[in-house]
Design a protein. Structure first.
Length: 121
């Protein structure tokens, strides 16, 4: 069974769509689950099929994984934001650490296997 993020795929295809998707991880048949659990409110937009969502699921998953990576990276940057205050002199080590965090998405596309830079003492 292919596991897709239905809400993310719908938002990817139709950013303005209004819908509710009631997810049940115990549902055995994803197509029946999709048809029974998607309530579509956007009358001016054609309701997508499960096959429509499957067609974009790989790209959406890759974007989701990159967003998870960015979220973690941003949290690590926020932990060190105090270093960039005007009354603090940032060392070269801290500057390099923060730059390495900002550059992490140039090397990695998900949290899988990421090697985070070492925070200076």
């Amino acid at each position: 069974m292919i596991n897709i993020n239905v809400p993310s795929c719908i938002k990817y295809l139709y950013p303005q769509a209004e819908f509710i998707y009631e997810f049940d991880p115990e549902e055995e048949d994803p197509i029946l689950s999709f048809n029974d659990r998607l309530r579509w409110f956007s009358e001016d937009i054609e309701k997508p099929t499960y096959e429509d969502l499957l067609a974009v699921s790989s790209e959406v998953n890759a974007q989701d994984q990159l967003n998870y990576l960015r979220t973690e990276r941003n949290a690590r940057l926020r932990e060190t934001d105090w270093m960039s205050n005007s009354d603090v002199t940032m060392s070269d080590e801290w500057r390099a650490y923060r730059q390495a965090l900002r550059d992490i998405t140039n090397t990695y596309t998900s949290l899988d296997g990421v090697v985070w830079p070492t925070k200076p003492e």
